[in-house]
Design a protein around this ligand. Structure first.
Ligand code: G16
Ligand code: MG
Length: 219
């Protein structure tokens, strides 16, 4: 049987959240807005526009459209400076192993990310060739928790949503996978991702047996 495995990027394949954090914190602090890890957690899986809107809401700030655009560009510039220094060592544990295993088992493999920088990151760490389809923040009109990104990925793989499995680290992303009628696998904390069909701390907790079970599952 043939299933589609859709991977989120930030928090599943790489920990770019730490770079988003540094760039957003600098920007928030320049506006006299507090920004800690707690706030950063709430921006995971959230689009760049929505992230800045949220930060401004937390700080009770209103700014002009012109300034909004400038701040978005400034944040992205700083973020990209970190991205351009990334290498393969920043791949999260065992992700590469499972990408290769799924390929060996002739399964569909796609990326489903909110990031507009997804292709750049995959190229930077030399794993872009592992993906048969890439759907990212440039390709969708509605952000997670809307299922659009994952539905587009399924379509690109030519596999029905019911036969797709999503790996996600964010609350919004798991909700998006559930709304798409896909099997959701949370990567992270059970307390946070309780609405996922399965939750694992990271890929080292998965097994080949579990992957085979997903592949052989009948709907
Ligand atoms: C990622 C991050 C979010 C970020 C979003 C947009 O999503 O989790 O924090 O705001 O992408 O990123 P960019 O500014 O690069 O377009 P995902 O879906 O890969 O977890
Ligand atoms: Mg994520």
């Amino acid at each position: 049987s043939n299933k589609g495995f859709i991977f989120d990027l930030d928090g599943v394949i790489v920990d770019t959240a730490k770079y988003h954090f540094l760039a957003w914190r600098n920007l928030a602090n320049s506006l006299d807005i507090d920004f800690s890890e707690k706030e950063n957690e709430q921006l995971k899986g959230v689009s760049r526009v929505r992230s800045l809107e949220k930060i401004l809401e937390w700080g009770n700030k209103t700014i002009s459209d012109h300034e909004f655009t400038a701040l978005m560009a400034q944040k992205n510039e700083e973020y990209l400076a970190y991205i351009d220094k990334m290498d393969r060592s920043e791949l999260l544990p065992d992700v590469l192993h499972y990408l290769d295993l799924l390929k060996e088992k002739e399964q569909g493999i796609a990326l489903g990310s909110a990031s507009k920088n997804a292709r750049r990151i995959l190229k930077q760490i030399h794993i872009i060739d592992k993906f048969e389809a890439i759907v990212d923040g440039n390709d969708v009109s509605a952000a997670k928790p809307d299922p659009e990104v994952f539905l587009n990925a399924a379509e690109a793989l030519n596999i029905t949503p019911e036969n797709c499995i999503v790996f996600e680290d964010s609350v919004a992303g798991v909700t998006a996978a559930n709304r798409a009628n896909m099997i959701s696998i949370g990567i992270g904390d059970k307390e946070v991702l309780g609405h996922a069909d399965y939750v694992f701390k990271d890929f080292t907790e998965l097994s080949e047996e579990f992957i085979d079970e997903l592949i052989n599952r009948k709907n």
